[in-house]
Design a protein around this ligand. Structure first.
Ligand code: PLP
Length: 425
């Protein structure tokens, strides 16, 4: 199909050209004397994305699922008790992984479309006088439902109960896109993958561990080999890995960290929020609802859009892909067919997103949904136009060619008129 594929699943996300170029290189010896420069630089800078100075970053050639596993097996023993709210497919899968490692998980089932119930978590912890509960598992951004939970509120509940349980947070679809504060929220284990906010291909499972988590390692009895923090700490200390690392991914990560530091984390979060607000304006204009039940749960990285009774969300996704070369996210597990998802994270801008909104709108009409042509695009476009940042004055290089062709000695013409002030209709 001519033209480009519009990739709007909530991960993997678009990989910027700069990262693709950085990754496109010949293999090299990962035991050479030159290698540590790359590895140590990346491991030094990565914690900034988690907003931690106390935490230690671990890079596994894996995915987010590997990060989940590494966080648990390095800090817990079989039979240890955890609590975990379940409000979507990813919180469900993490619980399943914990159970398969012999951990006892008290599941708090929450309606899909809501997030972590910090009050309930606080109550359970207050009742646990013996401090049997060793950890709380929270999925910060439930990618299946487009719900962001309030991790600070969960931390508040843990502290109010004066409970020593560790806080495990899945930030796979939030870290690097939605504000995440590992140190401030006293997160003990924070997990992400490379293929979302970091704008890389899938292939890295990334964990940041607090000093408390690193200390818990000493007594944790869950078997571990590939994901052992101890082996990693020893090898990383000299700038190496305990096994063959993915060298293109490390070069890609180096570039990703540089790109993120150039834009600035807070600007990245603001961009994601603004882009997400445009998508939400489109959803309202279509007369549709998000799976997220209330604005406080709205995710700035993914919108899960409910389709009406009688429409199969999978048909919207299929038509969008086959007819318009647009990849939308599917409804997962109990949400299969009930919704489609627009991922809006990573290397994105307004017009890219308007393309996705237009394609979704066309596909919805193609499958027979009653959507007025253009309303979603118009609503999002107006949001982007009316919230655009002020334009900087044009540089002198933007002068008209006439000005440059004046005869020698002629007085320079007046500078070009300043651009229209910021459009804030
Ligand atoms: N957690 C969340 C919130 C996710 O969105 C995903 C994947 O989309 C995962 C965990 C699992 O990550 P991976 O597919 O990289 O193993």
């Amino acid at each position: 199909m001519p033209g480009r594929n519009f990739l709007f699943v909530p991960g993997p996300t678009n990989v910027p050209e700069r990262i693709l170029r950085a990754m496109n290189r010949a293999m090299e010896d990962h035991r050479s004397s030159a290698f540590p420069e790359l590895a140590t630089g990346v491991l030094r800078d990565l914690p900034q994305v988690f907003k931690t100075t106390a935490g230690q970053a671990f890079l596994f050639p894996a995915t987010g699922t590997g990060g989940w596993e590494a966080a648990l097996v390095n800090t817990l023993s079989p039979g240890d008790r955890l609590i975990a709210p379940r409000y979507g497919q990813f919180s469900h899968l993490w619980i399943d992984l914990a159970q398969r490692h012999g951990l006892r998980v008290d599941i708090i089932d929450v309606e899909w479309g809501e997030g972590a119930p910090s009050d309930r978590i606080g109550e359970i912890l207050s009742q646990d006088k013996q401090h049997e509960i060793k950890g709380i598992l929270i999925v910060h951004n439930e990618t299946a439902t487009g719900v962001t939970s309030d991790v600070a509120a969960v931390r508040g509940a843990i502290d109010a109960a004066q409970h020593p349980a560790m806080l495990y947070v899945d930030g796979v679809s939030s870290i690097g896109s939605i504000d995440f504060r590992m140190d401030e929220w006293k997160v003990d284990l924070a997990i992400t993958g490379s293929q979302k906010g970091l704008m890389l291909p899938a292939g890295l499972g990334i964990v940041c561990a607090s000093p408390k988590a690193l200390a818990a390692r000493e007594h944790a009895k869950c078997p571990r080999v590939f994901f052992d923090f101890g082996d990693m700490i020893r090898a990383n200390a000299t700038g190496y890995f305990p096994y063959t690392p993915s060298i293109p991914m490390l070069y890609g990560l180096r570039e990703s960290l540089d790109i993120m530091s150039e834009e600035g984390l807070d600007n990245i979060f603001a961009r994601h929020h603004r882009l997400a607000e445009g998508v939400r304006a489109a959803v309202r204009a279509w007369g549709l609802k998000l799976c997220a039940k209330a604005p406080k749960w709205y995710s700035d990285t993914v919108s899960a859009i409910m389709v009406p009774e009688g429409t199969n969300g999978a048909d919207v996704i299929d038509v969008a892909f086959r007819r318009y070369n647009l990849a939308l996210g599917a409804g997962l597990a109990r949400m299969a067919g009930k919704l489609f998802r627009i991922g809006h994270l990573g290397d994105l801008n307004e017009l890219m997103l308007l393309g996705a909104i237009a394609g979704a709108e066309m596909a919805m009409r193609d499958v027979g949904m009653q959507v007025t042509p253009g309303v979603g695009v118009a609503a999002a476009a107006e949001h982007y136009r009316s919230t655009a940042a002020p334009l900087a004055p044009r540089a002198a290089a933007g002068q008209s060619p006439d000005a440059q062709q004046q005869p020698p000695g002629a007085k320079p013409s007046s500078p070009p008129a300043p651009p229209r002030a910021a459009v804030r209709a």
